[in-house]
Design a protein around this ligand. Structure first.
Ligand SMILES: CC(=O)N[C@@H](C)C(=O)N[C@@H](C)C(=O)O
Length: 780
């Protein structure tokens, strides 16, 4: 038996024997090239003085491995339409790096740019107001007024008023005073403060919104006056509401204005929850739209004096979406007559963490004074099931700030459509939905910004890094029928030649997989085929298949899209085929297919994956003796279930923050309700309790991968984030230790500062490098 003394230094440091060290070195070189590929995150359009021209500003990010941070830069382009109707994009010669900006928000006229910089520790938040050529104003907001401004894409809401003098936004409310002690004991409030010789206690522990919000204080509403520099907390909002996604209501002649925002209370369906449950990836948290009245002169009150809400203050608050359990992403039509919002009512009502969305409209009162009895009209209802080629329902996670075409009634946004993301138009008056990104494109598309009736967008596929596309309306025969031409914009981003040639050697397709079983009680939508994305080498010959990696998304109500992923492109480039399975329960296939999974996890999803593997083997696209499986979270639940339930079918496995033991997860996760819903189906919502019975715990164990551990023999690598509140590290560690005890080959990497997504640049790099090397070792 080898002793520690027999190991080389490299073996001890890397945990690899010398035969795989070469592999480690060469794969890391390749992965570095993929890591450098930039991402196009956002864009803004500004009108130019010239006719038929505009100016675009793109926010582009790249991994900075050395600093372990994302590096963001801005690249500008002059867009003009030539006399022959062709478009020209003239790019600025170089991008400009933006350091430490948490949010960038242009004013409505485009003449000012707000840059918000959250700073660490006790340093103030910086609000910079830029003009066309210089900094116009810098306002420092100390932590005694509020904490960081939310720039998380969820609670985040930063809105300029139409006069461009006020900005409403969401920030962490100020911290409560902590008890102070000195050598004589507790210092009462008002005692003269001592700088030294005293110390602070912790005070009462407060619940937060869980995963990625650890230690974050309640999101609250503030308004900053960019002329005077004063900041105020908005009065009249109940302290029990967490607020987000604020926008200004249209201006009226009256002496006050309204702010519209989303409010999350502690409701859990029909009952009050005792705590905040995790909100990240969880659209099933009840929320409503509110309007709060802000008198123009005294629109706001000094936060320091705002110690409570009088009944008069609360009367200024109106709940706009009574009767709908969920409402978010509010947007006013350009004429201010319609307030449109998205709803995840189906998720809230069933308990599934994400489900099919619906779109609604409130006809805004002409006098601008909203009442709570306002009726919301259904614009796009929840789609229960749809045949192939038909609209499968709305699945959107973002609207740009101005999503309107010039007719003032058509919204443009992206939505998941089976395994792709497409751009759709929705007429908010008629409810007509049209897919407007090219119907024959298998790539995924997203909207960056609207330029009048032109759409700046980005498209990518598993084998093509992001490309900028420009959608031009070429014919408009009726409100219902528009024709779009999608132009390729000469790419300002030059990717490494090696990456380009590796990607050029690949191909992909979307396979339809018929379901295995047809029990009578299945809904129509649950009987329809699901999909899998298959990526392979173009030169692959029938009968000589590359080893196959089966890739499984988490959620389970999420989806793997046909968009570019650096890590998956890296694995494809190592001569693996990829089978990326969108098992039933995934987003994008209608509500019935999605709701067929809760209550059947570990069974229906596992069988769907096995069926997809059989499908590619039967088609001659894969060799059943060379299959590995990779998944995170619920995808890790499937990975570990598969190696337990089908132990002879996988040569290697990789699990990222996997759910291995629901009995353990229910007592430690920020979403214990998820365990109930997914194990019991929608009745799980009513069974959920913070004190599970032995009967519940028993079932949780039996439905978990750990219950199959005795059969597992597949060498498995575990990639774990020690700060994960969603699937705490104990889940993966317990399972990995149990496998080790059985003598199965196991490797564990724990990232001490990573949360559930393990997406910090160095952690992401090291994760996929080790997965690549692990698969090379076992998938010969
Ligand atoms: C709702 C949720 O977070 N579920 C986890 C078990 C999970 O699978 N998460 C997904 C979103 C992931 O991919 O991490």
């Amino acid at each position: 038996m080898a002793t520690p003394g027999d190991l080389s230094v490299k073996e001890m440091l890397l945990g690899v024997d010398s035969t795989v060290e070469e592999e480690y070195a060469s794969q890391s070189k390749l992965l570095q090239e993929f890591t450098d590929i930039p991402n196009i995150d956002k864009a803004w359009i500004f009108k130019s003085d010239e006719d038929n021209a505009s100016q675009a500003m793109f926010s582009i990010s790249q991994s900075n491995l050395l600093a372990n941070k994302k590096r963001t830069h801005i690249l500008s382009s002059h867009i003009s339409t030539k006399s022959d109707d062709s478009m020209s994009f003239q790019w600025a010669p170089f991008p400009v790096e933006i350091t430490s900006a948490s949010a960038i928000i242009p004013s409505p006229s485009g003449s000012k740019l707000l840059v918000i910089k959250n700073q660490e520790n006790d340093s103030p938040t910086l609000f910079e107001i830029w003009g066309p050529s210089q900094l116009q104003k810098e306002i420092h907001v100390p932590k005694s007024v509020h904490g960081s401004v939310f720039a998380d894409g969820w609670f985040e809401g930063i809105s300029w008023d139409s006069n461009e003098t006020l900005i409403a936004y969401v920030a962490e409310e100020q911290s409560p005073a902590k008890p102070t002690f000195d050598d004589l004991g507790y210092l009462k409030e008002g005692s003269p403060k001592k700088d030294c010789g005293s110390w602070k206690g912790q005070g009462d522990w407060e619940e937060d919104w869980g995963e990625t919000y650890a230690g974050k204080r309640q999101p609250a509403l503030f308004v900053i006056d960019v002329v005077s520099g004063s900041v105020h907390g908005v009065k009249g909002i109940s302290k029990s509401l967490s607020v987000g996604q604020v926008i200004w209501a249209p201006t009226t002649k009256s002496s006050h204005r309204y702010l519209i925002f989303v409010g999350w209370s502690l409701d859990f369906g029909s009952r009050q929850a005792v705590r905040k449950l995790g909100i990240k990836y969880c659209y099933n948290r009840p929320c409503a739209l509110y309007a709060v009245r802000v008198p123009l002169a005294e629109s706001v009150v000094d936060v320091q004096k705002d110690k409570g809400d009088s009944s008069e203050d609360l009367a200024a608050l109106v709940k706009l979406t009574e009767g709908i359990s969920s409402a978010f992403f509010p947007r006013f039509s350009p004429d201010g007559r319609s307030l449109v919002f998205l709803s995840a009512r189906s998720a809230v009502d069933t308990g599934a963490h994400w489900a099919t969305n619906s779109l609604h409209r409130i006809d805004w009162p002409a006098d601008g004074n909203p009442q709570s009895a306002i009726n919301a009209v259904d614009v796009v209802p929840v789609t229960m099931s749809a045949n192939d080629g038909c609209f499968p329902g709305l699945y959107s996670s973002n609207f740009v700030s101005e999503p309107w075409l010039s007719d003032g009634r058509t919204m443009i946004f992206s939505s998941i459509w089976r395994s792709t993301q497409v751009i759709i138009s929705v007429d908010v008056l008629s409810g007509n939905v049209a897919r407007i990104s090219p119907a024959d494109s298998l790539s995924s598309w997203d909207v960056l910004a609207l330029d009048g009736d032109k759409i700046l967008s980005v498209s990518s596929s598993p084998i093509e890094p992001p490309q900028i596309k420009y959608g031009v309306l070429v014919a408009h025969t009726s409100v219902q029928s528009r024709l779009w031409n999608w132009l390729n914009v000469p790419n300002p981003i030059k990717n490494p030649e090696k990456v380009c040639s590796l990607l050029a050697s690949l191909q992909f397709s979307v396979l339809k997989i018929p379901i295995g079983e047809t029990p009578e009680n299945l809904t129509k939508g649950a009987k329809q085929p699901y999909e899998a994305i298959f990526v392979s080498s173009k030169s692959m010959k029938m009968g000589a298949c590359d080893p196959l990696i089966v890739m499984l998304h988490g959620g389970p109500h999420s989806v793997s899209l046909t968009s570019f992923s650096k890590s998956l492109a890296f694995l494809s480039s190592l001569s693996y085929s990829l089978l990326i399975v969108n098992y039933r329960g995934s987003l994008g296939f209608g509500e019935e297919a999605l709701q067929s999974l809760p209550g059947k996890i570990g069974l229906q999803d596992v069988n769907d994956v096995l069926k997809a593997i059989d499908h590619v083997v039967e088609m001659g696209l894969a060799d059943s003796s060379k299959v590995a499986v990779l998944g995170g979270s619920h995808g890790g639940f499937l990975t570990t279930h598969l190696i337990g339930q089908a132990p002879d079918r996988f040569c290697a496995a990789a699990a990222r923050n996997p759910v291995c033991n629901l009995e353990l997860m229910v007592g430690t996760s920020d979403i214990p309700d998820w365990c109930y819903t997914e194990v019991y189906g929608s009745v799980g919502k009513d069974y959920f309790t913070e004190a599970p019975s032995t009967e519940h715990l028993h079932l949780f164990y039996n439905k978990s991968p750990i219950s199959h551990i005795a059969k597992v023999k597949t060498p498995t690598i575990f990639i774990l984030g020690a700060q994960d509140l969603r699937v705490p590290v104990s889940n993966g560690l317990q399972y990995a230790r149990a496998l080790k005890e059985k003598g199965v080959d196991v490797k564990v990497i724990v990232f001490p500062n990573d949360v559930h997504s393990i997406s910090r640049p160095q952690s992401d790099f090291e994760s996929f490098l080790n997965i690549g090397v692990w698969f090379k070792k076992y998938l010969k």
